[in-house]
Design a protein around this ligand. Structure first.
Ligand code: SF4
Ligand code: SF4
Ligand code: SF4
Length: 240
């Protein structure tokens, strides 16, 4: 859903959004304060990394119950993190299922059982890291070629099939995929399409984004997504 947002303006993301008009088209792009590669994206409810690593018993229960096949276990190359669950958002985000079954299934409390709904999740924060790739800013419609790699994502059940069907429905239309398909219950508090001062549409990340990674997964550009998750980051750290 597009919102012509002139009132919310660009107070918190002022620097990055105001730059879009001038940097966009020059080959330059916004560099995030935090490096998305440094920290792993963990499942909903994960304790801080130190406590998570010391309590996770590597049982894989969370992986098994996830209906979206979002979670994987780290392999031997990951040192002492081997066997712990993580999210590769570009492959499959977390769809913030009702009752967070992964959290419920965790027998060790590494996924905090006090986290029972989406609004309590703090996986990270989305960031329009590559505005020069964003189809909305480029004013380009989504093509079948754009979504080809997303259509190869897991589709083993009805929920997963629906995700891919939803993405398919954007072919031939302007891209608002990240804002529309965000699974956060009050999604307009997490992300919305707005116009910058040059009249270009772009996805504005808002303070209730929980970093679930679905926007990164479904962003229909080649290679790294235009919008990515900064794991473990808080909104204030990225946007203030
Ligand atoms: S909330 Fe649902 S989609 Fe997300 S990791 Fe847990 S089980 Fe999977
Ligand atoms: S899904 Fe990606 S390309 Fe589409 S509007 Fe969002 S950031 Fe831009
Ligand atoms: S904006 Fe992206 S990361 Fe944030 S809640 Fe929505 S889909 Fe998840």
């Amino acid at each position: 859903m597009k919102t012509n947002d002139t009132r919310r303006t660009f107070i918190k993301v002022g620097a990055s959004t105001l730059f879009f008009g001038s940097l966009f088209g020059t080959g330059l792009y916004f560099t995030p304060k935090l490096n998305a590669q440094k920290t792993l994206l963990r499942p909903p409810g994960a304790l801080n990394e130190k406590d998570f690593l010391s309590t996770c018993i590597k049982c894989g229960q969370c992986v098994q119950v996830c209906p979206y096949h979002t979670l994987s276990l780290l392999d031997i190359k990951s040192g002492n993190s081997v066997g712990t669950p993580y999210v590769d958002a570009r492959e499959r985000g977390c769809y913030l299922c009702d009752l967070l079954p992964c959290v419920l299934a965790c027998p060790s409390g590494s996924l905090n059982h006090d986290v029972i709904e989406a609004s309590q999740v703090e996986m990270g924060i989305a960031l329009l890291k590559n505005p020069n790739k964003c189809l909305a800013l480029l004013n380009q419609e989504v093509t079948q070629e754009d979504i080809a790699s997303i259509l190869t994502h897991s589709n083993k059940n009805e929920r997963e099939e629906k995700v891919l069907k939803d993405v398919q429905s954007y072919v031939g239309k302007p891209c608002t995929i990240c804002a529309d398909l965000c699974p956060y219950p009050q999604k307009e508090n997490a992300i919305a399409m707005v116009q910058n001062q040059q009249g270009q549409w772009y996805p504005q990340v808002r303070s209730e984004c929980v970093g679930c990674g679905v926007c990164e997964e479904l962003c229909p550009v080649q290679g790294e997504a235009a919008i990515v998750i900064i794991p473990r980051a808080k909104y204030s750290e990225v946007y203030e």
